[in-house]
Design a binder for this molecule. Structure first.
Ligand code: SD4
Length: 322
């Protein structure tokens, strides 16, 4: 019997002799409360709350992850996602986002400017076009065509931070851990359907035109309805090099728990980089059984875990001390 077949409204019970499509054994006697929503960093608490609310109102799991990350995108106090995001080295806030469901339907926008909720544009790309990703000017024109309104996303606080950065940086973008708090959210509903969303203003003070891992399906986010979902945060270049989120999902397909899969992806990043200075990456994963886990290169990565009965922060394990 498949997992969805074992669902007892809001709860899945499994025993060791049940199998998922790929052939991996279910964890012995797992009892997991559904739905489960997990999302990266402290802002995940407010985002999770909104996602759970959306489910309670009858929304789908895709509606829930979209609604969840929109909260972070619209929060001007958050300097790494949407409104208030730190700009590129020329002072432009440029946004990357993607969304994916259990049927492998997905949409993305990259290098998008002046639209507060890129995740909703990504969803429109998924639902209203034959494409997966729109970028830059074309993405903006598409968004306007779909009724989104343009606004200035560079807040005074982020503008001041940029001015200060320019004084010390000599206009030289660096691969570092400066303020990278992308939100990636993964969810599974009571029917066992999965979805994920990932959205960011990307690495602060990047070169104009730079796109990170966050809008790239398989890098910043990946969902496979037969297995689970994963997302990434941190230095996007490192995540792209190992197809990070896809790798985490494939490791879970092979039988790894979410935490084990994230740990192996982190190890792969460590093996592939001679210089790990400031190279922070965190992975978060949620499997078809509702189990979640995370792992990061350095300490400090955390994620919010919510069910209908609670919403709490969990510190991920990590490989290295700063
Ligand atoms: C990027 N991965 O643009 C994003 C940044 C990030 O947490 O995740 N910050 O490289």
């Amino acid at each position: 019997m498949g997992v969805a077949g074992a669902a007892i409204i809001g709860c899945v019970e499994s025993s060791a002799n049940e199998q998922i499509t790929s052939g991996s054994l279910l964890p012995s006697q797992t009892t997991q409360e559904f739905p489960v929503i997990v999302s990266t960093w402290n802002h995940g608490i407010a985002a999770n709350r909104s996602a759970i609310e959306k489910l309670n109102q009858g929304g789908t799991i895709l509606d829930a992850v979209e609604a969840g990350v929109r909260v972070t995108e619209s929060d001007a106090n958050n300097q790494s996602v949407g409104l208030g995001g730190l700009p590129d080295r020329d002072g432009n806030v440029t946004l990357d986002a993607c969304i994916m469901n259990h049927l492998s339907q997905c949409g993305a926008v990259s290098f998008l400017q002046n639209i507060e909720n890129p995740i909703s544009v990504a969803r429109k790309v998924m639902e209203d076009t034959p494409h997966v990703m729109l970028s830059g000017k074309g993405a903006l024109e598409f968004a306007i065509d779909k009724g989104f309104t343009e606004s200035n996303l560079l807040t005074e606080e982020s503008s001041l931070a940029w001015e200060k950065w320019k004084l010390q940086s000599k206009y030289n973008p660096q691969i570092n851990s400066e303020n990278h708090d992308t939100i990636g959210m993964l969810g599974i509903d009571k029917n066992g359907e999965l979805a994920g969303a990932c959205t960011t203003s990307g690495m602060a003070y990047k070169l104009h035109g730079r796109v990170g891992d966050s809008p790239i399906i398989g890098a910043g986010l990946f969902v496979d309805g037969e297995v689970g979902a994963a997302c990434a945060t941190g230095v996007g270049e490192a995540v792209i090099r190992i197809a990070g989120s896809a790798i985490v999902v494939e490791l879970m397909r092979g039988g790894a728990t979410p935490e084990e899969a994230c740990k192996e992806a982190v190890n792969r990043i460590i093996r592939k980089h001679d210089d790990l200075t400031n190279l922070q990456v965190g992975f978060l994963a949620l499997d078809k059984f509702g189990r979640s886990g995370g792992y990061s290169v350095y300490g400090g990565f955390n994620y919010a875990h919510a069910t209908a009965s609670g919403n709490e922060m969990i510190d991920a394990k990590y490989m290295k001390e700063w």
